[in-house]
Write a new protein. Structure first.
Length: 286
């Protein structure tokens, strides 16, 4: 079945010769058009943090990875590409309004430990104002976060991507030189399909997947110390990731202390020994 067969506009379509879906142009070519960064930016590796669905803790994983990499001495930046649900500034306690240089380039905010960050919430007066924008406008802003920000010299730029396989993830994959992505999921039966969708998109875009982080995998009983799975057997996600050709890099517990640090803007005080394998996978690229 061709792309046109399932198109709701097929009956009255007169543009099949130029339709991107009909001609396979939705897939990333072997030589994608990558937007150039500005002269003040030198980034070694760009890593996306993605998820097939929302609410799985993708922004927490992004924040924690940034903190752990920075502790190892790497220069790290975070692009908050989840424009309609930006949470990176809150996690790091950032409230300043971003400024611009004489060249009209955006100057990223800097956290307590020197992590650079750019987010729409750092460009608005009220962090609770909703972003009621259409996809092309949001995608344009994400491009600007790459082309118009003076990131300086970074070892790693982490991109906190919105969930799903829509406009913004497509823009990131096609317009930015992404070296790999880390996928985040929870161990639910539903993830089998969702993980496969996100993995297949990355494959179509020729972007390597470093592996998957299983978040909210378990809780530790405060009384007896027993590990208890929140969503049933661990076999569910392991089977689905194997089918998708992925490895589970790390399994994270649901930890109220970590949640409290994020909510209070103190994620840089994170003490939990987590994400060691994911950090190693990123370091192997450097």
């Amino acid at each position: 079945m061709s792309a046109c067969d399932s198109c709701p506009s097929k009956a009255g379509c007169t543009s099949q010769s130029t339709c991107p879906s009909a001609n396979g142009e939705a897939q990333r070519s072997s030589a994608p058009t990558v937007e150039p960064s500005n002269a003040n930016t030198d980034i070694k590796k760009v890593i996306g943090v993605a998820s097939g669905k929302g609410g799985v803790g993708k922004s927490f994983v992004t924040s924690a990875l940034a903190v752990l990499l920075a502790r190892k001495g790497y220069k790290v930046g975070i692009m908050d590409a989840d424009v309609t649900g930006p949470s990176i500034p809150r996690a790091f306690g950032l409230k300043e309004t971003l400024t611009a240089t004489e060249e009209n380039h955006i100057v990223p905010a800097s956290t307590k430990t020197g992590i650079k960050a750019v987010s729409l919430n750092l460009l608005t007066d009220d962090e609770e104002s909703p972003v009621i924008w259409r996809g092309p406008v949001i995608s344009g802003l994400v491009r600007q976060f790459w082309t118009d920000v003076d990131w300086g010299t970074l070892d790693v730029l982490l991109i906190d991507m919105p969930p799903g396989t829509g406009d913004v993830p497509l823009t990131v994959f096609q317009s930015l030189p992404v070296d790999g992505i880390v996928m985040v999921s929870t161990p639910q039966d539903l993830v089998s399909m969702i993980v496969s969708k996100a993995r297949n998109m990355a494959s179509m875009m020729n972007v390597p997947v470093l592996g998957l982080v299983e978040n909210m995998s378990y809780i530790i009983c405060p009384h007896c110390g027993e590990k208890m799975s929140l969503f049933g057997s661990d076999d569910v996600l392991e089977e689905s990731t194997k089918k998708a050709g992925l490895d589970i890099l790390d399994k994270l517990p649901m930890d109220p202390s970590s949640t409290k640090l994020v909510d209070s803007g103190n994620v840089e005080d994170l003490e939990a020994d987590i994400l060691a394998n994911t950090v190693k996978a990123i370091e192997d690229l450097l």
